[in-house]
Design a protein around this ligand. Structure first.
Ligand code: SAH
Length: 239
């Protein structure tokens, strides 16, 4: 069914995903309408298809319905002023969509504080790719310039604590590669309340599943195993 959800333009792709219930939130639809997927796909001819695409370094830009699903899962924690960590940012596409989601809806509305979205990669060439792709639009260039979005190099299994703005913790953490375990450092870096969306390998070899990890306002953590997926692994950086 996913093959039907492509389009000739970015708007057509997103509207088709919405019509087919692969995007159900209008906030996520609007955010994805603001990010041209062709800027993030090495082969722009297939940018508006609902399919993943290789971006080199054994990485892929996920299919747009997967990005939509991740954004929808994190949505209650994506508000103006929120701090978001995108681990395994790869093409930078989801980092850009997440940045849209923590931006105020109307140009005129006051900024609810310093929203920050950090794209974290363990391969420098991909860190640079994300930044370069985002720089292709004026909106992306502005978000990079004013510090709303930054791309950094590090091991995503350890999260990211080197904020220059003195703020700590993340309202939402997205992990774009499959972990062998639910890394405690990520749970520790989550704010109360906050949410992690993370694909984790089943310990008994049963494939990968998305886990949604919530920390409530009192700091208590609940973990929920949801649907099966196929992501590239969250690994050591290549030597
Ligand atoms: N969200 C990205 C997904 C890219 S594929 C997109 O849609 O474009 C997964 C990414 O995870 C790859 O870019 C890979 O380099 C990165 N990755 C794998 N292990 C990592 C680690 N330990 N730390 C940070 N990034 C990692």
């Amino acid at each position: 069914m996913a093959w039907r959800c492509g389009g000739k333009t970015n708007a057509e792709l997103i509207e088709n995903l919405f019509k087919n219930n692969l995007i159900t939130s209008s906030r996520v639809r609007d955010a994805m309408l603001n990010v041209d997927r062709a800027h993030y796909c090495p082969d722009p001819e297939y940018a508006y298809e609902d399919s993943p695409q290789s971006i080199g370094h054994a990485a892929t830009i996920s299919a747009p319905h997967m990005h939509a699903s991740a954004a929808e899962s994190l949505l209650p924690y994506l508000k103006p002023g929120c701090r978001v960590l995108d681990i395994g940012s790869g093409s930078g596409y989801l980092t850009a969509v997440l940045a849209e989601l923590v931006s105020p809806q109307k140009e005129s509305s006051a900024d609810a504080g310093l929203a920050r979205v950090v794209g974290l990669e363990h391969i420098k060439a991909l860190r640079d790719l994300g930044e370069r792709n985002m720089s292709k639009s004026e909106r992306g260039r502005e978000m990079l310039k004013d510090g709303k979005v930054s791309f950094v190099v590090g091991d995503g299994r350890k999260g990211w604590t080197q904020g220059e703005d003195g703020e700590k913790g993340w309202d939402a953490i997205h992990v774009g590669a499959a972990a062998v375990e639910l890394h405690q450092e990520l749970v520790d870096q989550l704010r109360s309340p906050g949410r992690i969306f993370i694909p984790v390998e089943d310990a008994r070899g049963g494939g990968q599943y998305i886990w949604v990890v919530d920390k409530d306002a009192n700091g208590s953590v609940t973990k929920k195993k949801t649907y099966g997926v196929r992501y590239v692994p969250l690994t050591d950086a290549p030597k």
